[in-house]
Design a protein around this ligand. Structure first.
Ligand code: DGL
Length: 275
């Protein structure tokens, strides 16, 4: 008897979660996926903790009964570092979060100068402070949160031009050079940033190791749900939901399709955060 296909809901404030969706889908091509982007209040990194908590609660109150997923991936550091306890208390399905990969960065770094490139919200979280305290005590940690970098990643995916100079200005503070030792590892602590990785590597003042948490998240999903079955059914097109209508130009549509997102819907969610 064939098992029911499992449904995984992947969530972010925008298109950043696609960088997490991709390795998960490669690991479990036999699952069905719903991608939810709360673009109505993007960027999450600039919201207060109180507003963000209420907003994410309202989004999930609307989406969980509608899509009845078996598992949810919060593919957003800004949300994961705050909302996971609330979501786990409210819903009985598993929630997998995406939090700054500080531990592997500190372990891998030779120079022990490590930068965390995040949003403002993630940089301010107690959760992030605790990760640095617990796992990076032997490192100099540069916590850097450029306010517009996630928007630049959105623009690039939508086919707009963003100059290397603009991107370099946002990442330059991560590169610290004390002559005898300099930054050798940078944590991509916002799921939007891997969308800019090619540019980061091209314009970096010197080569560093960029840590993307997505492969570890995919391994976690396989740990929780098991390996894809041998007679895995082929991947199905992904249903994407945006909470605010946006123009889908041809370049953007092609980019979404390259991640498997074919059916796009707009479902607005009313909450205090949008008024
Ligand atoms: N992609 C999100 C993250 O990982 C945040 C981007 C935003 O500020 O909305 O933190």
């Amino acid at each position: 008897m064939s098992k029911k296909r499992q449904t995984i809901l992947v969530f972010d404030s925008g298109v950043g979660g696609l960088t997490v969706l991709e390795p998960i889908r490669n690991a479990r091509p036999d699952a069905d996926y719903i991608y939810v982007a709360d673009n109505a209040v993007f960027p999450y990194g600039e919201l207060s903790e109180k507003v963000l908590l209420a907003r994410v609660r309202d989004v999930f109150d609307a989406m969980i009964p509608r899509f009845t997923p078996d598992l949810v991936v919060i593919a957003c550091h800004t949300a994961s570092t705050l909302v996971l306890p609330m979501l786990r208390e409210r819903f009985s399905i598993p929630f997998v979060g995406t939090v700054p990969a500080i531990k592997p960065a500190a372990e891998q770094s030779q120079s022990k100068v490590v930068a965390i490139l995040s949003t403002r919200g993630t940089a301010q979280r107690d959760y992030t402070t605790a990760l640095i305290r617990d796992f990076a005590q032997d490192c100099e940690v540069i916590l850097h949160a450029p306010s517009g970098l996630a928007s630049k990643a959105e623009a690039v995916l939508q086919g707009d031009f963003v100059s290397d100079a603009d991107i370099l200005a946002d990442i330059a503070p991560c590169f610290v050079d004390h002559q005898s030792k300099r930054t050798d590892t940078i944590v991509l602590a916002c799921t939007h940033y891997p969308l800019l990785l090619e540019a980061f590597e091209r314009i970096a003042p010197w080569p560093v190791t960029w840590i993307d948490p997505a492969p570890a998240i995919a391994r976690r999903i396989v740990h929780l749900m098991g390996e894809a079955s041998a007679e895995a059914a082929p991947t199905r097109p992904i249903h994407a939901v945006f909470t605010s209508r946006l123009a889908i130009q041809p370049a953007f549509s092609a980019a979404l399709k390259s991640y498997g997102l074919e059916k796009i819907d707009f479902i607005s969610v009313n909450s205090a955060a949008t008024v």
